[in-house]
Design a protein around this ligand. Sequence first.
Ligand SMILES: [Zn+2]
Length: 236
Amino acid sequence: MSNYMYNTMFILFCQFFISLTNTLFAIIHIMNLKNKTAAFFAILILLLIGFILYQSLKAPVSVVIQAGHEGRTCGNTGAVCKNYKEVVWNIKVADMAAAQLKKWGIDVKRVPADTLPVRAKIAVAIHFDSAKHRCHSGASVGYPDNNASRTFAQHWKAIYKPYFPFVWHADNFTDNLKEYYAYHTIFAPKFLVLELGEITCPKQTHWLEPRLKTIARLIAYTIATELGMKVKRVKG
Ligand SMILES: [Zn+2]
């Protein structure tokens, strides 16, 4: 979604919310409801929900980092293979990347799979892939089909591709990344879904496990330089 469209929707949402609250007040007044306490709390809850939504949407942060599947107990909970759980690695990498960005003075919001609406300049979702036929997958990058995300994806590939010694899939870009669950709550002109390797492939997990920290720092480095900062690249 473009920023213009987003802003228009945001204004419409605010207007809708204000008129909804006004209508509720009017109804309570007209009906002279006996249970005024209940009505009062209903309005209070409504206002609170509005306030939370407003707060989460109004000020964009620089970066949102999402650990894929984090917090999910059913539905799409992520790949599992032997002792390896995708979600555990996603959280590790997301936390380390966020910590590195904070060290460089960048404002970061770390979010789980399900989140309140949030705006950011850059959003990155961390995943590891799985494959029915072991070792047929590897790394890839998904993004909405817009120039900003496409360019950012190539930036990431230029850094991770020479480092990652296994298969790379073709980019997965769609009209609006509509199949990705968080795309409707995280609003960012640059949005990447990273698949960092295949967790169901022993060769890859063996290689990946001792390198999760380096990978997190490569992600942080890519984001920081995408924001125009001059930071030191880790070896990798
Ligand atoms: Zn995943």
